[in-house]
Design a protein around this ligand. Structure first.
Ligand SMILES: Nc1ncnc2c1ncn2[C@@H]1O[C@H](COP(=O)(O)OP(=O)(O)OP(=O)(O)O)[C@@H](O)[C@H]1O
Length: 241
């Protein structure tokens, strides 16, 4: 059984702010791991450090037990670790199908790419929009399109930065179904998300950050019952289920 992604002692300060302060956790292979926490907890910074968008002050990243030495975003992507951003990055003037096919070039998976791209669009509910310009999709649909493009390249690990933000309830359900299907096909997922209903519904394990530190790790049930999580993250309220 491969390990998936492991983060050890990750740290990053901006001026006097310790945005990420000695963070260690694992995202097991073939599982969906949630990374949650209140605003400013350091979640996006973790994703930026893992994908080479920003440089850590300290820390190690391991993929399937092997250290990832490079800090260059394109090399990290070539190892199979890819990410989405809080706002979708699509090619507005390309149509929806061609947007997905860009992922085939990134992943060098051209054989059968068009067929697979169409399948992905169907799974995501965008099949009927294949020839529409990406710019004409809603912002939620653009996020789903970005995800389809990334999946076409068959990554090992996908890091998602608030994929449900701006999605309708229906789109969020599609997203959940697709993440579960991708996981069942072997994908390792790290999900940064404020929609706790989604997180609790699809994640096997959840890592909770507060003020740059991991304050809890466990199953959705364990995390919901954790006093430190309630205090820091929810001000004592019950975690939405
Ligand atoms: N480039 C930067 N320069 C200065 N400070 C930064 C920078 N990036 C992040 N920070 C600070 O680091 C801390 C963590 O921010 P980060 O965006 O990682 O949190 P987050 O958990 O993703 O929050 P949110 O849920 O609101 O997106 C915050 O105090 C933020 O202001």
């Amino acid at each position: 059984m491969p390990h998936g992604l492991e983060v050890r002692g990750l740290a990053k300060s901006y001026g006097g702010v310790r945005a990420v302060d000695g963070v260690s956790f694992a995202a097991a292979a073939g599982r969906i791991t949630g990374l949650v926490g209140p605003n400013g907890a350091g979640k996006t910074t973790v994703l930026n450090l893992l994908t080479g968008v920003d440089r850590p002050d300290a820390g190690e990243l391991l993929l399937d037990g092997r250290p990832v030495e490079t800090r260059q975003p394109h090399r990290i992507a070539r190892l199979g670790i890819v990410r989405t951003f809080q706002s979708a990055r699509v090619f507005p003037n390309l149509d929806v199908l061609d947007n997905v096919l860009v992922g085939a070039d990134c992943g060098r998976q051209r054989d059968g790419a068009t067929e697979r791209a169409r399948e992905l669009l169907d799974v995501f509910g965008l099949g009927a929009r294949a020839r529409d310009r990406a710019a004409d999709l809603s912002s939620g649909a653009q996020k789903i399109l970005e995800l389809a493009r990334l999946l076409l390249a068959r990554p090992k690990v996908i890091l998602l930065d608030e994929p449900a933000a701006g999605l309708s309830e229906h789109e969020t359900q599609r997203l959940a179904d697709t993440l579960v299907a991708a996981r069942d096909a072997g994908l390792t997922v790290l999900l940064v998300e404020h929609n706790l209903r989604l997180v609790m519904g699809v994640c096997e394990r959840i890592v909770v950050l507060d003020a740059g530190k991991v304050i809890a790790t466990g199953s959705p049930e364990q995390v919901q019952a954790d006093a430190a999580v309630r205090q820091a993250y929810l001000g004592g309220q019950r975690v939405a289920g």
